[in-house]
Design a protein around this ligand. Structure first.
Ligand code: WTA
Length: 636
């Protein structure tokens, strides 16, 4: 029996039991047998959720890029590591072998060093899905710099907040990006952002769209000439297992984004382990995850997990609708993709289109289908199963978070029987529990509660950059000695988990986590706005969409409502990004508040969702009359 590669259900149960009975020896075996360490650990695990402090493989030395690149060179140097599929299908795909990746990462790492980046420095990467994105991530890891990738759909203000929060020394960007038929001026966004930042002294610019951009003397440099001149080998920095690898920002219930910090050894072991098992990757397979590397899914399951397993990982620059809605399936056919991993929102959007976009292509290569990012509804699950998997390819509904680093609950394909909308069983090493509102664990099945994890796993985030107290408050204070996920879940008769959604003020729109507080802040900054409240409501394609209740200032001035709506959304686009725009905006004279002044979002959510049959207890409301009025004017 191999702990590392589970091949049938009985084996899963055995491995799982072992991983819970003795987690240290379980992870030690996995780490020992499958990775390259410069020095072994002194201790496998040290943890205390009350502090909270978590350390895996303390004392071990390694470099993650040696594991993701160098050690493959003699066995699969000529195998494609990254298969880049450009936005425009007429542009040729690029196959980057492990050997080429080694050279390109080394050159990039040498450029970083030459530009003064050292171990522990923060580098912000703001790039589209082009090879330079993966390469710059790996180049940072090569020299021990901490990368922080910011999704290239975020606005200049959002970018500036992140640059300032981690006090980055450098930004890596491009002259622009392609997205379907559009192109975006990324460099202009960086220039705007850096007006508000003091720590960045270098900006490296990759060429992608050949646009005529302005370069700031002394700060900005084109990347390519630097790479051309750089040496093609770079000795990897020897890192401690607990040295930081990256910071990735995620939305929270309050204003500032949280810079989740992941460290090196445990993250590597866990992402590699889960990649192997959840996708059942085999040596000749081509694996494709459609996420952007700007999100955790891209970090763990486009870059680190696949490369640590010597896989061929596809990087797609474009969007599912360009040049038409058949693009995903065209790529699957063209590259004979074996494992395909995407988000429910993409599935729902594609399921609405003519089925000819699917049937035109040969999808026989597919073996495993994955979903991530939000609950998958039954209809989408069946469409995926029937039309893409042809009822042959198991669907792995993978539940996890930026904070967890890797997949925690998921079927193991060909082993775990799947069940629509259920993420099913915890992976080895993961000990989920459901808690009731009084803080008690709900034992027995079925059950419905708040999802917590009671034992650490190797890739759990170690802190929030610069704010350990917030880390403790957010994840370890709601339930004693447990990591609280912020999600609600059901557990069925056989112990399968179904994640039902967030129980906090985070709303998942098209698979993107959005905190309501930062959006409300952006809306409130509009000069005409006095106050606002934002809630989610169900949406066919996006899963959830945003509904804003806005109180205007009483200035006596009558403004055109449609123009105001546009301005408010523009304000959100500028402060956060277009992904956070409101679908519906209702102007209202008041918001339902409790006597202590708290907005009753529960009621607003129900009204926005057109679910007003039972509004629940409204007796604590200060102003019940406003509820009637809001209901009358609700936007359907
Ligand atoms: C949600 C993405 C249901 C959940 C990897 C979680 C899911 C949040 C699933 C994290 C799933 C993710 N089923 N809900 N399979 N996967 N979620 O940080 O609410 O972008 O807390 O990480 O997405 O989103 P994040």
């Amino acid at each position: 029996m191999s702990n590392y590669h589970i091949k049938h259900l009985e084996e899963y149960f055995q491995v799982y039991r072992k991983s819970v009975r003795n987690p240290e020896s379980f992870w030690e075996e996995v780490a020992e047998e499958h990775f390259l360490w410069r020095k072994k650990w002194d201790k496998v695990l040290d943890w205390d959720f009350s502090k909270p402090e978590i350390k895996w493989f303390q004392g071990a030395k390694l470099n993650i890029t040696e594991n993701c690149i160098d050690r493959h060179l003699h066995v699969r140097g000529d195998k494609t590591a990254i298969l880049f599929e450009p936005n425009d299908p007429k542009e040729e795909a690029e196959h980057i072998t492990y050997r080429q990746l080694h050279e390109r990462v080394s050159k990039f790492a040498n450029v970083l060093k030459e530009k003064g980046i050292k171990k522990g420095d923060r580098v912000i990467i703001y790039l589209p899905m082009i090879p330079e994105l993966a390469i710059s991530v790996l180049a940072c890891a090569r020299i021990g710099a901490i990368h922080s990738v910011v999704f290239a759909g975020f606005s200049s203000t959002a970018l500036a907040t992140r640059v300032n929060d981690c006090e980055a020394k450098m930004v890596i960007t491009s002259d622009g990006s392609y997205r379907g038929s559009k192109s975006i001026d990324l460099k202009g966004i960086v220039d705007d952002a850096l007006e508000q930042c003091k720590t960045v002294d270098k900006v490296l610019v990759a060429k992608r769209i050949n646009s005529d951009i302005s370069m700031k003397e002394g700060r900005d440099e084109w990347l390519q000439p630097l790479l051309d001149a750089a040496y093609g080998d770079c000795v990897p920095e020897v890192m401690d297992a607990e040295d930081p690898l990256f910071i990735l920002y995620t939305s929270g219930s309050t204003g500032r984004p949280k810079g989740m910090l992941h460290t090196t050894g445990g993250y590597m072991v866990y992402t590699a382990y889960t990649f192997k098992n959840v996708f059942q990757y085999k040596e000749e397979d081509v694996y494709w995850c459609t996420a952007d590397i700007g999100w955790i899914t891209g970090h763990s399951y486009i870059v680190y997990g696949p490369l640590a397993n010597g896989a061929t990982t596809v990087m797609f620059e474009g969007v599912p609708s360009y040049p038409d809605y058949g693009r995903f399936w065209e790529i699957v056919e063209k590259h004979k993709v074996n494992q395909f991993y995407t988000a429910p929102t993409a599935i729902r959007a594609l399921a609405k289109e003519n089925i000819d976009f699917v049937t035109k292509y040969n999808l026989d290569s597919l073996k495993v289908l994955g979903t991530v990012g939000e609950p998958i509804n039954e209809e989408a699950w069946h469409w995926y199963n029937d039309h893409i998997g042809m009822k042959q390819s198991p669907i792995v509904d993978t539940w996890w978070q930026t904070e967890t680093g890797g997949i925690l609950i998921s079927p193991i394909p060909f082993s775990t029987p799947t069940k629509p909308t259920y993420a099913t069983l915890p992976l080895p090493g993961i000990q989920p529990v459901l808690m009731d509102e009084n803080g008690n664990e709900i034992k027995g099945n079925p059950a419905d509660g708040r999802l917590c994890i009671k034992f650490p796993w190797p890739s759990i985030a170690r802190t929030i950059w610069g704010n350990h107290q917030r880390y403790k408050d957010t994840y370890f204070s709601a339930f004693e000695n447990k990591y609280f996920t912020g999600d609600g879940a059901l557990r069925d008769e056989v112990g399968y988990y179904r994640i039902t959604g967030r129980v906090d003020d985070v709303i998942i729109v098209s698979g993107h986590n959005l905190g309501t507080a930062p959006i409300e802040d952006a809306v409130n900054e509009h000069p005409a706005v006095a106050e606002s409240a934002i809630v989610g409501f169900p949406h066919d394609i996006k899963g959830n969409a945003l509904y804003g209740y806005v109180i205007l200032k009483e200035t006596g001035e009558v403004r055109n409502r449609e123009n105001l709506r546009k301005e408010i959304n523009q304000q959100i686009s500028d402060k956060i990004g277009p992904i956070a725009k409101l679908d519906k905006i209702q102007f209202t004279p008041g918001l339902p508040k409790t006597r202590s002044g708290k907005i009753m979002r529960r009621i607003l959510r129900k009204i926005a969702s057109n679910d007003t049959g039972n509004l629940g207890d409204t007796s604590t409301l200060l102003n019940p009359e406003v509820v009637e009025q809001i209901m009358k004017e609700v936007i359907k």
